[in-house]
Design a protein around this ligand. Structure first.
Ligand SMILES: [Zn+2]
Length: 70
């Protein structure tokens, strides 16, 4: 039973690694032309992300925060 769990975790971990690599390569080839503001996952910190590839770009400017909070 425990071995099954271990095996499953290992297989999931290697899938996650593979998928993050794919994500990184997409983000690496993106020019981040359009951006959006959203809360960083699990926090209440506002960050600026690429609207296309979702890469974190930095912190939003005041105007962007104002627009986000609407
Ligand atoms: Zn991008």
């Amino acid at each position: 039973m425990e071995d099954d769990k271990r095996q499953k975790i290992n297989s999931l971990d290697s899938k996650i690694k593979e998928l993050s690599k794919e994500k990184e390569s997409i983000q690496g080839s993106c020019s981040h032309k359009t951006t959006k503001v959203k809360f960083e996952t699990g926090t209440n910190t506002m960050k600026l992300y690429c609207a296309e590839c979702d890469k974190e770009i930095g912190y939003p400017k005041k105007e962007q925060i104002d627009e986000f909070l609407g």
